[in-house]
Design a protein around this ligand. Structure first.
Ligand SMILES: C[S@@+](CC[C@H](N)C(=O)[O-])C[C@H]1O[C@@H](n2cnc3c(N)ncnc32)[C@H](O)[C@@H]1O
Length: 254
């Protein structure tokens, strides 16, 4: 997957076709590689109640366009972390004039060395999946939160195509039973969940229609690998929702 992200962040930000894809699917081009549209991002911002001058951390920030949007909207200082060096370099180069509110650092969610009690909010948008151990990561995040601080996750959980339907634990689709919710609750967090599964399905359908429309343009730019990756995600979500084996939530944990 690291090879995919290296290539994605090297090429996607320079592609007018990918920019159009993001605008039409998510509502604005922030070089998204997750599943969050502008409505979900705005719900997350509302749930965090970040204030100007406060400090936040975003893990899995990619090339930082979402980070920049959240900093612009809230007035908070945000540090973005991602494992892909090229994405972090792009974020740094693009935001030199905003250095007072944005910092970008290369880092790995599985080897976090965060300052203690430093952040009012920590944000993970479709990136907790890269943690090898949710309990350990939540412990790291909790130690980096200031008293009263909040964690925010946009997160989906569902049957992957290679898991037999009979083996998928449908009882864990309840918003307070997903692997992430269970790990947060076990770590002592109080969790509120907003179920956005219906919107996730609609976004996946829109994604499929827009990709179908833009296929020839992706091919002309030699970006078939992005087209295939994004179409695979759309089909996976559509199939899992139609099977009743998928949930997506905004979690705010405090
Ligand atoms: C699904 S994308 C989501 C990106 C962005 N948050 C968004 O919503 O568009 C996952 C992100 O996590 C990053 N990532 C993957 N493995 C990681 C790791 N071990 N530590 C930190 N970030 C990682 C990827 O480079 C990518 O930017």
């Amino acid at each position: 997957m690291q090879d995919f992200y290296e290539a994605f962040y090297r090429l996607a930000p320079h592609s007018s076709t990918h920019a159009e894809f993001c605008t039409r699917v998510f509502g604005q081009n922030l070089c998204q590689h997750g599943f969050a549209d502008m409505h979900q991002l705005d719900m997350l911002i509302e749930g965090l109640e970040l204030k100007p001058g406060q400090s936040a951390l975003e893990i899995g920030c990619g090339n930082g366009m979402i980070t920049e949007y959240i900093a612009d909207r809230t007035g908070a200082h945000i540090t973005g972390i991602d494992t892909i060096a090229a994405a972090i370099e792009q974020a740094q180069a693009r935001t030199t004039s905003k250095a007072d509110c944005l910092t970008f650092i290369q880092g790995d969610i599985n080897a976090l060395a965060l300052p203690a009690s430093a952040y009012d909010a920590i944000i993970l948008i479709d990136s907790i999946y890269f943690s090898n151990d949710y309990a350990r990561t939540i412990q790291d995040l909790g130690a980096a939160l200031r008293p009263g601080g909040r964690l925010a996750f946009l997160y989906a959980y569902g049957r992957e195509p290679w898991v037999a339907k009979a083996d998928f634990p449908v009882e864990n689709l309840l918003p307070n039973r997903t692997p992430l919710a269970a790990a947060l609750i076990a770590s002592g967090f109080t969790v509120t969940a907003r179920d956005v599964t219906r919107q996730d399905y609609e976004i996946a359908q829109r994604r499929k229609a827009v990709l179908t429309d833009l296929r020839a343009r992706f091919e002309r730019e030699n970006l078939q690998f992005i087209w295939e990756n994004r179409m695979g995600d759309a089909n996976g979500v559509i199939q899992a929702v139609e099977d009743g084996m998928h949930v997506r939530c905004l979690y705010i944990a405090s």
